[in-house]
Ligand binder design. Sequence first.
Ligand code: NAD
Length: 262
Amino acid sequence: MNLTEKLFGMHGKVAAITGGARGIGAETARTLASAGAAIAILDVLVSEGRQLVEEIGMAGGKAAFWPLDVTCEDEVQRTFSKLVSQFGRLDVLVNNAGIDGPNLPTHEITLAQWQRVMDVNVNGVFLCTRYAIPHIEAAGGGSIVNLSSMYGIVGGPDVPAYHASKAAVRMMAKTDAMLYAAKNIRANSVHPGYIRTPMLEEAFRQMQRDPEASFGYMATQVPLARIGSPVDVAAGILYLVSPAGSYVTGAELVIDGGYTAR
Ligand code: NAD
């Protein structure tokens, strides 16, 4: 076995990725599958999820799709049981499903809008973690990654519910890191900066802004002077969940082109 395989090989491991049908989640599915893991793609987007399973299979990887809304407790519990029945174990959970919510100042957001963002971005992470932990423990340990954001660390003058939700999952990873270290379960958060995905493209369209002009402006705010791509984030997630990251828990991996280094 060569050194790269020893550090980043995921053969025999099973990874569940919420929101895995597109964007950062889909790229993480491709990346972990090419490292050898079997992938459970969990998402509300059924045709995108099934298409990705086919794509990963064609590339020689192993993946299956389960439709899942991370806010539904029964569905979460059932889905984790089903995927463990099919794949035999669970080693990795990537809590990636997320929504950005309304881009309004705090005093204009309704309670229902605020709660919807918290439901998906915070309660969804709680529920998936809650029902994944016993399976990961049964596998002898493993790891959890919560997708936070650079806006889980620094403030931004927009999407207040989103920023609050991303700060919450950052701290949830640290708490779980401490709670489950003795069971050999690691928990870390990843903090992407501006990444080109359907989430941002749709947000620009909703605001009737030209996506290309908006990405161009955002790039000027980043020291590395470019927008990130999903693979930039997927590579960081692979590091955290693979043997290379085996001494890393409770950590924040910032992948933002230097934005928060100011
Ligand atoms: P995306 O919208 O392209 O993908 C998100 C995925 O989550 C979609 O497939 C969507 O269907 C799924 N999803 C949404 N609600 C769900 C639910 N209730 N149950 C199950 N699945 C659900 O977004 P993305 O940019 O790839 O974001 C992925 C994660 O990364 C999110 O948590 C996001 O907050 C975070 N993030 C993104 C950026 C960025 O710039 N794109 C920056 C920082 C953090």
